[in-house]
Unconditional design. Sequence first.
Length: 381
Amino acid sequence: MSYRFPVTFLMLASLLVTGCRDKQITAYRAPKDPVATATPPAMASTNSGALPEGHPAIDGSPSSPTQSAPGGMAGTAVPTASGSDLTWTAPSAWTVKPNGAMRKGSFGLKGAGGEADLSITAFPGATGGLEANLNRWRGQVGLSPQVPAEVTAAAEKFSANGLDFIVVDYAGGGNRLVGAIVPYGGNSWFFKLMGPDAVVAAQKDAFREFLHTVKEPAAPSAQPQPQPAPAPVSMANTPVPTASGSGLTWIAPAAWTAKPNGSMRKGSFAIKGDGGEADLGITAFPGATGGLEANLNRWRGQVGLPPQAPAEVTAAVEKFSANGLDFLVVDYAGGGNRLIGAIVPYGGNSWFFKLMGPDALVAAQKETFREFLHSVKEATK
């Protein structure tokens, strides 16, 4: 019996058993990746326009609230943006408020319907120009901007204490703004009264009287200077000098109250009646002072009327002669006010007689004003 078959069978079985076993799994330990260190974030760009915390604002306002200046600006000189000062006297009913960083004076004006705010500021130069500043004020009461010729036509101009005032009155959205711009010492001074329409309207006359108190501070002197005597009750029959050359005289009605003339006027009267008070100013300047048409359109603008072409504006002029003088008389009404004025060329100068105030009051004084003009004559030599 052969043993070859069993041996062969055993070898094959051994191979089969070995081939069916799982392959051995070898495990490896890999080293850990190094821990990444945090990279600080890049700094934000400094070109965003924001200033670092604590940096003062570049418009001159403080970066944090500061202690306000004490009150009591009435009658006290305050520095302008640069140069010399202005002073004023405020009504006792106005309440002085802290000025803050930008104001030269600040007052609260209370009345029926709320409180209005009066601010006084001063900035170098023209601060953008007259038209831009007037349109900025219009925008503050919701009015749309106007073209230069239109926005300046509504501005009233007067002089007092050697200063020139440009005054406007804007109302809109239930609010009113009465403001004055005063060029002085290379700066622009802004006097702005703003608040509820009724409150500001009731304070308008007081605001105008306040503007007439604004003046340069008195020059320092080692010894007090005597104050000039007030103007006499009447200028009647008293010669007053023109801008140059001889003078004119007049006889004023006894009911008119003479006022101090200031530096620009040759005569000044207050005329009271129903509805308030009118002002009569008498001035004289060399030559034609810009021409007849320009002066008439300036007067039209002071009562809110638009300018007219030369032929149109001169067509409404009344002319008459009295006492050897030629009178050019106009009568303009607008915005609740009236202006009756006369221009008298005399001695190489132009004399201006301007009566202005509430419409009804000035209209009631029209005949008296005409009689007054007939009293004007050359001073006795």
